[in-house]
Each structure stands twice: as structure tokens, then as C-alpha cells.
Design a protein around this ligand. Structure first.
Ligand code: C2E
Ligand code: CA
Ligand code: CA
Length: 558
């Protein structure tokens, strides 16, 4: 190839943006190699700086375009400032003993240098533009990257049959709060890296913003990805290498084989609907988009729509589940649990409480329950029955209410109920902010002589210190800690149960164990000095009339 042809090729490559995309650096290098040899050049270097300031401090990228390895001297250089204020500098060297250029040759070299610079700048600018367009400020691929990838795959007919996942890191605000933002970023990065290793070349991971991510992958890795998203211990970047458990909620949408892709909404609408449901429901951590899901969505709106009227029509009833003194085998208390009777059908709390908890309706229901419990207690007292303490569940949604304690006391006082007959169940706290509120509420209730209990102890996310610093009366151990028939004395389950119960005792709290279903489990409670048992072994939650009979016959040993 003669010089002019080479030069023309180089010039063409360098001057149009499309060509920049098409031509590989290799082909440029090849053309350059030949030109350099012709012009007796020993080395060509391009320095690239994102701005003039970076150039001043010498912080940039160095690209050696050509190098024979022969020692030489700088014979020419060019500097180019782009419209985006990036700076590119090209330097050219000749061997010490090489024949110097003629004027005509120097002009040509000048031209080549300029072209090279334009080319390099464009290539680099494109990279920067790509980075700004397709990556966020923390270096994660972003939603635009996701959309572009799906569009490219669609063009190539590769999109149908792929899986998409949108997931959210649970309690991540709390993680940031506990270990600091930087350490939080590090944990997030590590968690993402782990997922990217599973995806490898079978999928992509992008961040939508804050702790929300989105994945596009082949079906063959989907299970492994979902398994990973269930939860992982991520080691912190500290010497002791303490680890933090990261779990997620996720929505999944499998694109049908004949997926029709008109715009990104075709994916996002369904995917985000599934993800929202997973995050809000509190029941399932992974939800697949399906027609069934549409039905669930309808159910949510249905519950929200029916609620006001249901309260007005008194469709909610209090069921009482006895608590039994472990050693004496007599009725020692009860928990009030909500049942909804709608058009002759019974709806279980799991089907509506999590939905009501998404809004403020749960507060209305809880006060309704408390009011009805107080009404019942009043009636029992008036009937001359020997009343036991009844615990009422209070959703965490109440914690923002400044007048909560006063409101509770007012309901008790309205029915003239001695405060010792009512206990309030609250679940563990998750953040410091809530911690302050819960301490205020529990402290206020204690002063008013109203007992409080930590519900579902051990299933939440709280530190022991938080439990210790609040004046609780009772710790309710969740049923998931109860050993089953098969568990031997020193099985991990038994050891775990023992230590949870001991912990309650060490903190000086009464210990109630929920979900006792068998004689053997009851024995485990006795062996570990638990105070009260609640569970199907004694009684299921029952309507008020049946519970009144219990109040008259408290002895279970009979
Ligand atoms: P929870 O507070 O942990 O209530 C205990 C649940 O365990 C009850 O389910 C009860 O029926 C069940 N249970 C009791 N003994 C056994 C047993 O031996 N085996 C098994 N497998 N389960 C047992 P339920 O009544 O369906 O209530 C579910 C959840 O709904 C409650 O869990 C509570 O979180 C919520 N809930 C119920 N009523 C109210 C309410 O009035 N207000 C609020 N905020 N939440 C409520
Ligand atoms: Ca409870
Ligand atoms: Ca519970």
C-alpha cells in the first residue's frame, strides 16, 4: 500500500463518528505502523486528559500507538482541545540517527498527527459519553444500559424466553446506618460482584437507583440467581472481617417466547408490579409476574376498598387464643387475634393485615380491636368473672403517632378497665429512629401500668441492646424456634431454643412461647422454665362465647 492510500484510509477512519465505531483500534494501528515505518518514526504516543487541569497535574491516559523500541528524540507534537474541553496531546519520536524530514514530509506528518488526535479524542469521548450514559456515578450499569441491551437483543431476535428480575436490598438503610455509608457502599458492591459472577456471560446486572437493581438473564441461571438473592453473608472490609447478611425482595418477569417489545414499559410495568408486591406483601420474598399476580393486585385494591365499610359494619371480630401457665396448666392470659367475616366467609389475618399495613388502615383496625377487647373485659368483670390479661397486637405503623399512649389509655379508661388486664404486643424494632419511638411508647405504657411484650422475638432484625434498653415485660418467642419431634436433645434446634429462652430469663423478662402443638414441645418449655405457652396443643384462637367458657373453667389439667 502506498503512503497516500494509507493516509487516506486513516483520515477516513478518523473523521466520521460512525467510522470510529466501526473500525477497530487494530486496523488503525496497522495503517499507522506502515506510515510510521515510511516516515522513519520510532515512536508515537497519545496522552489523553479529561480536562486541562488534569493535564497540568499529568493525570491522564497514555496510549502508545507505535513503538519500535529504538531510542529516539521528540521531533514533533500536537495538542488538541475538544469542544468538551478534553485535551489530547500527541508526541512523535525519530531515532537519533534517522534522516530528518523534508518540509513536505513534515507537513504530512503534521496532518497525520492531527488526524490521529481527532480519532483518539473521538474514541475516548465516545467512551466517556458511554460511561455517562450507561453507568451511574458509582460505576454501576444503569437503566439505560438495560434498555439498550434489551433493544439490541430484540433486534437480533434473542429477547424472548429471557428472565428479568427487579430486586431491592432489604433493610439497607439500616445497614448504612449501622456501619456507615462507605462500608455500606462496599457491601453493596460485593453483593453485586457475587451476583455478576453467577451471571457471567449469561446476563447483565444494572442499578436503577439507590438499593434497587435489575437483572436480565438466561433461564438457565435464573434459579442460581434467585438462590443468591434469598440472602448472603457479605464480609465487611475490616480486619475482623465481620459479615453482614444481605437479603432481598424480588419481582420476576419471564418474557414469553413470542414477546412483543414495543417499548421498555412492556417489561418494566410487569416487572415492577411483581417487585412492588414482593416488597409490600411481607409474605413472599420473590414474586413471579403472572395473571395470578394480577389477581393479587386486585385483591389488594379490593381489601382497601372494602375496609371502611367492613369497620362500619363491624365485620371484624375478636378471637381469643388462650395462654397457659406452663407449670400449673391453667389459663393465664390470652391474645386477641382479628378475624374478618365478609359475606359469610372467614378471611384470615395473613390475607388482609399485611395489606392494611401498607397504609394507615391498620391503625384504625388495631384501635377497633383494642376497643372491642376492652368492651369484652368490661362485660366479663360485670358478670363477676375472674379475668385474665389480654394482649392486643399493635402494628409498628402506630409509632409515628405522638399521642399513641394517651390514645390507648383513653380507650381503657372509657371502659373503666384496670390497666393490668391489657398487654400490648409490639414486634422488634429495626432502626434507631423507631427505637426512640418504641422506648417512648413502652416507657409511657409501663408508667400507666399497661404491660408490653416483644412479639415474634428472634424473627426480626434488632440488636439485643435495643431489647435490653426498653422496659418490656414479656418476650414472646416465635414458633420457628420450637424444636420438632425429631430434634434430639443436643440438636442445633434444641440448643437454639434453649439459648433464646435463657436470654429472655437473663433479661428478667417473662417468657411466652407461641405455636406449641405437641406434648413434647410443652415438655421442652417445662425443661427450660418458660412461663407461658400459647398454641394449638391447648387451644386454637376462639370466638368470644367459647372463650368465656374457658374463663369459667381455667384448669387444663382436668
Ligand atoms: P401473631 O401475632 O404472631 O399471632 C400468632 C399467630 O400464630 C396466630 O395466627 C395464631 O393463630 C397462630 N398460632 C397460634 N398457635 C399456633 C400453633 O400451635 N401452630 C401454628 N401453626 N400457628 C399457631 P393468626 O391469627 O392467623 O394471625 C396471624 C398474624 O396476623 C398475627 O401473628 C399478627 O401478626 C397478625 N394479626 C392478627 N390480628 C391482628 C390485629 O388485630 N392487629 C395487628 N396489627 N395484627 C394482627
Ligand atoms: Ca402477636
Ligand atoms: Ca407472634
Amino acid at each position: 500500500m502506498d503512503y497516500y492510500m494509507l493516509f487516506e484510509k486513516l483520515l477516513r477512519m478518523a473523521t466520521s463518528m460512525e467510522e470510529v465505531e466501526q473500525f477497530s483500534v487494530d486496523s488503525i494501528a496497522e495503517a499507522l505502523d506502515e506510515i510510521c515505518a515510511l516516515m522513519r518514526v520510532s515512536k508515537v504516543v497519545i496522552y489523553f486528559y479529561e480536562n486541562a487541569k488534569m493535564e497540568l497535574v499529568g493525570s491522564g491516559d497514555e496510549l502508545v500507538c507505535y513503538d519500535t523500541g529504538e531510542p529516539g528524540m521528540e521531533v514533533d507534537s500536537k495538542r488538541l482541545v475538544s469542544e468538551a474541553m478534553t485535551v489530547a496531546v500527541c508526541k512523535i519520536y525519530q531515532p537519533f540517527n534517522a534522516k530528518r524530514w523534508t518540509d513536505e514530509e513534515r507537513d504530512r506528518v503534521d496532518l497525520i498527527l492531527k488526524t490521529m488526535l481527532v480519532f483518539a479524542s473521538r474514541k475516548k469521548l465516545k467512551k466517556i459519553a458511554d460511561r455517562l450514559t450507561f453507568y451511574d456515578s458509582d460505576g454501576y450499569q444503569n437503566t439505560r444500559f438495560f434498555i439498550r441491551t434489551t433493544q439490541l437483543m430484540d433486534i437480533n431476535g434473542e429477547l424472548g424466553g429471557k428472565a428479568t428480575i427487579q430486586y431491592n436490598l432489604r433493610h439497607f438503610a439500616l445497614v448504612n446506618q449501622q456501619i456507615g455509608r462507605n462500608a455500606g457502599d462496599f457491601i453493596m458492591r460485593r453483593f453485586s460482584d457475587g451476583l455478576e459472577r453467577i451471571l457471567a456471560d449469561k446476563g447483565i446486572l444494572c442499578r436503577m437507583g439507590s438499593d434497587n437493581f435489575i437483572v436480565l438473564c438466561d433461564m438457565e441461571v435464573l434459579n442460581r440467581v434467585l438462590q443468591y438473592l434469598e440472602g448472603r453473608n457479605i464480609e465487611q472490609d475490616t480486619i475482623d472481617g465481620e459479615s453482614i447478611r444481605i437479603t432481598t425482595t424480588a419481582g420476576v418477569y419471564i418474557l414469553p417466547e413470542n414477546f412483543e417489545y414495543r417499548d421498555p414499559g412492556d417489561i418494566f410495568d410487569r416487572l415492577l408490579a411483581a417487585a412492588r408486591l414482593a416488597k409490600g406483601s411481607g409474605l413472599e420474598k420473590v414474586i413471579f409476574y403472572s395473571d395470578d399476580m394480577e389477581k393479587k393486585r386486585e385483591k389488594i385494591t379490593e381489601v382497601q376498598r372494602l375496609f371502611r365499610e367492613a369497620i362500619h359494619n363491624q365485620e371484624f371480630q375478636v378471637y381469643y387464643q388462650p395462654k397457659v401457665d406452663v407449670n400449673g396448666s391453667f389459663l393465664s392470659g390470652a391474645e386477641a387475634l382479628c378475624r374478618w367475616f365478609h359475606e359469610g366467609k372467614l378471611i384470615a389475618p395473613d390475607e388482609f393485615i399485611p395489606i392494611l399495613e401498607q397504609g394507615s388502615e391498620i391503625c384504625t383496625l388495631d384501635f377497633y380491636m383494642l376497643d372491642h377487647v376492652c368492651r369484652d373485659i368490661r362485660r366479663w368483670l360485670d358478670m363477676g368473672k375472674e379475668v385474665v390479661t389480654v394482649s392486643v397486637n399493635l402494628s409498628r405503623k402506630h409509632m409515628m403517632e405522638p399521642e399513641l399512649v394517651e390514645h390507648i389509655i383513653a380507650i381503657l379508661d372509657k371502659h373503666k378497665i384496670p390497666h393490668k388486664y391489657v398487654e400490648i404486643e409490639l414486634t422488634e424494632t429495626t432502626t434507631d429512629i423507631e427505637f426512640r419511638d418504641i422506648r417512648r411508647v413502652v416507657g409511657g405504657l409501663q408508667q400507666a401500668g399497661i404491660r408490653t411484650s416483644v412479639d415474634d422475638f428472634g424473627t426480626g432484625y434488632s440488636s439485643l441492646n435495643l431489647i435490653r434498653e426498653i422496659p418490656w415485660d414479656v418476650l414472646k418467642v416465635d414458633k420457628c424456634f420450637l424444636p420438632t419431634e425429631e430434634d434430639k436433645d443436643n440438636s442445633p434446634e434444641n440448643v437454639m431454643f434453649k439459648s433464646v429462652v435463657n436470654l429472655a430469663k437473663d433479661l428478667g423478662l417473662e417468657c411466652v412461647v407461641e405455636g406449641v402443638e405437641t406434648e413434647a414441645q410443652l415438655q421442652a418449655l417445662k425443661d427450660n422454665n418458660c412461663d407461658q405457652a400459647q398454641g394449638f396443643f391447648f387451644d386454637r384462637p376462639m370466638p368470644v362465647e367459647k372463650f368465656e367458657e374457658r374463663l369459667s373453667h381455667k384448669d387444663y389439667a382436668e
